[in-house]
Design a protein around this ligand. Sequence first.
Ligand SMILES: [Zn+2]
Length: 143
Amino acid sequence: MYNHKPKNYTCPFCELAKGRETPQNKREDIVYQDSETMVFLAPTWWENNSSHIIVVPKEHGENIYDISETLLCSVYGVVKRVAKATRAIATGQGTSVYQHNEPAGGQDVWHFHVNLFSEYTSDSLKKDKRTYVQQVKENLSKE
Ligand SMILES: [Zn+2]
């Protein structure tokens, strides 16, 4: 419903969920995954902000109109866990969550995804992506 993906589109998020690296993401960018969801760092779309994390359902659905309510709840349950894990890191001061649908809504990858940004008073952590990923993984494992 209300789909905009071009013909022959290779979905980068489905590729990553299948364990294949993409020009945008390496396997080491994956912070967390379970049977329904995957969480990974978005290193190229917002190049200078390592706190940009993406949460996706592993099952392909282009946007909020396509995804089931059950899966939507699972994705947002993980979004909450990641928000808590990132908020617990040193200088975290808050979290912003964005979810875009269709071109007019700002969507540019045709797989439902939630963008999560940690807001910091200091930019020091944003300069070391691997340290940030490791801290998020550690905090997620404590729950
Ligand atoms: Zn996909």
